[in-house]
Design a protein around this ligand. Structure first.
Ligand code: GTP
Ligand code: MG
Length: 263
């Protein structure tokens, strides 16, 4: 399966160049179609670091927002720009290990078929400090109680999924933390896989526990409402001129349980 790797960054000089090079080394060339770095208006040398790699990294692309719009917006920009049906996302601080992309892809179903439309990484042996690990555990516990999405680590930045399924979801800032729950709401199967977690070696964290908790509660109320108010019907008949199931169903053309065509 060919994949577009999307990396949202904000001020990750010292990390992003290494991560891009590591991605080209560790993702098998026959899988890697492009790497799209989306810079959310960094004020450090992130931009120069990425652009210096154009010659040695075929398919590397750099997109820059005119103003800081957040991690979710940067992800969406990269996913819209991607030319593949399968997306892999990673954080730009090199805490995710690109070697895990192939592992996650092995569990992903081809777009439009039955099987997992999203495979999320679950960080084992977290390298974050105790306070952050505790906050993350608490947030995951509360989210799971409310959304019942059975995801032990929704904040993990490394995930693979179908591009079109993502683009059909309602978009909001913070959506990157709720992808498993939203994919489920739209009738997709999701799967998880343990992944490597590494310490942040350079640069500073862009979130603190308090702002993440406050926005997390706010978003959780919204996502809970969205889940309750989302209905994705199974289309059992589509008569007349031929149209793709994907045009009609939020489920994205699962041909096996899609409409029976009649003339
Ligand atoms: N595009 C964009 N990316 C962001 C923004 N804030 C954070 N990021 C990226 O999102 C990823 C996760 O942010 P981090 O600051 O590493 O959060 P964290 O991993 O919980 O914190 P640390 O463990 O301290 O690294 C990194 O790649 C950041 O560069 C933002 O406002 N815009
Ligand atoms: Mg990080």
């Amino acid at each position: 399966m060919r994949v577009s790797v999307v990396i949202p960054v904000f001020n990750e000089a010292g990390n992003i160049g290494q991560l891009v090079k590591e991605t080209y080394r560790k993702v098998p060339a026959e899988m890697l179609s492009e790497v799209i770095v989306v810079d959310d208006g960094s004020s450090d040398s992130t931009r120069d670091e990425v652009k210096a790699l154009f010659a040695e990294c075929p398919g590397l692309r750099y997109l820059r927002h005119g103003e800081r719009a957040g991690q979710s917006a940067a992800l969406r920009t990269g996913i819209l720009a991607a030319t593949n049906g399968v997306i892999a996302t990673m954080d730009g601080d090199a805490q995710n290990d690109p070697a895990d992309i192939a592992k996650l892809l092995a569990k992903l179903a081809p777009p439009g078929s039955s099987g997992a439309a999203l495979v999320g990484g679950i960080r084992i042996e977290r390298k974050a400090d105790g306070g952050k690990r505790f906050a993350s555990k608490a947030a995951n516990w509360i989210r799971d109680r409310v959304l019942k999405d059975d995801c032990p680590d929704t904040g993990c930045g490394i995930k693979v999924f179908w591009r079109e399924a993502f683009l059909r979801l309602p978009f909001f800032s913070g959506i990157h933390r709720y992808l498993p729950a939203l994919f489920q709401s739209y009738g997709h199967e999701v799967a998880y896989e343990p992944v490597n977690d590494r310490a942040r070696l350079r640069g500073v964290s862009k979130y603190n526990n308090l702002n993440r908790a406050l926005i997390g509660i706010y978003d959780l109320v919204g996502v809970s409402w969205l889940r309750r108010r989302t209905r994705v019907p199974t289309i059992v008949e589509d008569a007349g001129a031929a149209r793709g199931v994907a045009d009609l169903s939020g489920r994205l053309g699962r041909r096996s349980d899609g409409p029976k065509k009649s003339a």
